[in-house]
Write a protein that binds this ligand. Sequence first.
Ligand code: PTJ
Length: 258
Amino acid sequence: MIIPPSHPRRESLLIREKIVEGYRRGIVALEGLIAHGRGECFDYLLGEKTHDFALKAIKASIALLLLSKYPVISVNGNTAALVPREIIELAEMIDAKIEVNLFYRTREREEAIAEWLKKHGAREVLGVGEDASATIPELFSERRRVSPRGILVADTVFVPLEDGDRTEALKRLGKKVIAVDLNPLSRTARAADITIVDNIVRAAKIMVKEAKIMKNKDRRELEEIIANYNNNEVLQQALKTILNRLEKLSSSKLTIDI
Ligand code: PTJ
């Protein structure tokens, strides 16, 4: 679909096209289109920009990933369709494994995602076919199948666009969990150690940039960033931002461009 450069919702429509294209390529699940719509709604409420609370969470995430012994980036259909390059760049920066982990798992989608990531420069993609031979206990969705060289042995798992059950299951296994979720009320957002309330499209770019800068910081500096981080406060700030924005808008004359 051709979206004219002058279209006021161009950015949002281009992102939507990536998701639709991902669906056509067999990367995104049909349900992924619905999940994207929910994300769009929260992004709208947040003013479609990266707020300070998200930046704080991004910095804490990079600090944690750099300090981790075995970080793994868990990739689903939506993430692969939206930010394949950024995921690979980030993995290189922080020396992390990339693993495909799907809620609506099919062999075809696992392979399509791995192939898509490799096309964008990934050298190794875990969690495909027989490689997903281990299971996370107490988890009933197809997300329970993980790679014994990846999520199973990870100390920190970065799970953009996750479902709440698995975040809780990973926490019970003693792992640190970093999530990206535009919905500050979701179970994932509440259960993760660090929640980046931002669109993965914006957040992933900033994560790569921050990783490049923070890679040179010493351990003590990184530990201090984590020690000063409070995820509950970040979620409260996200909700307050939505609240204040709506409060302001509801008491002023509404124009088309909110
Ligand atoms: O590829 P699969 O099979 O693993 O399936 C992936 C989806 C996303 C369909 C699956 O995990 C799912 O159903 O997720 P949920 O429970 O709908 O949660 C997705 C969360 O991501 C929601 O809270 C959305 O608000 C949020 N979200 C959607 N798009 C974005 C987003 N957060 C950040 N950036 C986005 N672009």
